[in-house]
Structure formats: structure tokens, C-alpha cells
Design a protein around this ligand. Sequence first.
Ligand code: FES
Length: 130
Amino acid sequence: MAGWYKATEIKEIPQGTMKGVEVAGAKVLLVHGPHGLRAFEDRCGHMSAPLSLGAFKSGVVKCALHSAVFDAETGAVRSQPQMRMGGVDKLPPELVEAMMKMGQIMAQIRCEVLRPYPVAEENGQVMVHI
Ligand code: FES
């Protein structure tokens, strides 16, 4: 049912950090930036990896899977996904060829803006509207 739900306590998410939480059955990414709290669906706009496993730094959230970068204030895509691997020169040519094909396919997958949720702080509680 739609409504405001407690996500966590504000002390659990200090400024400069992010945290994945489950709220009323929804996976939510809480980001505490310099302008306050933001909440997004905890799902990368590229291939749905949990963004809470990525990194939050300098106002952006970076996906751990293919390194897409999202604006931590708005959820806008700041940088498209990338496939970079060290040591490719040491792999068998067949594997490198398969990876190149995967990269070509992946480049066709559009990276979407993150879905935001309304978020508020109330008496030390972080509330999210689901
Ligand atoms: S799933 Fe996040 S960049 Fe691909």
C-alpha cells in the first residue's frame, strides 16, 4: 500500500555515505549528500545491478558492475557503462572475441535515469514514500 515508511535512522547514514535498505518490499538506495537525503530505487538504470554495492563519491553514485555513473541529487546518467578489464592481453583470443561481442551488445542497452522516491527526515527517522 502506498504511503510513508520508516527506512532507517538518520544516524545509520552519515553525510557522505549511501545505504541500501528494504522498505515495504521495495529495495531503496538512500544517499546522504551535501544537500541532504535522496532516495532512489536500488537498481542500476543499465542492467539492474544493486547500486548499493557501488560507490558514492563527489556527488555521484557509480555502479559496481559496468561503472555507469549517476548524479546523486537527481539520478540523471552522468556517464555511460563501460567494459574495461585489465589483463585482457593474457586471455585466449576466443574469449577476447566473445567479450568484444558482449561489449557491442551492451553498448546498445540504454542506461535509464534512476527512479526517485520522496524522502524526509522526521525526529531522527528517515522516511521514504513508496
Ligand atoms: S548494471 Fe550498472 S552499469 Fe551495468
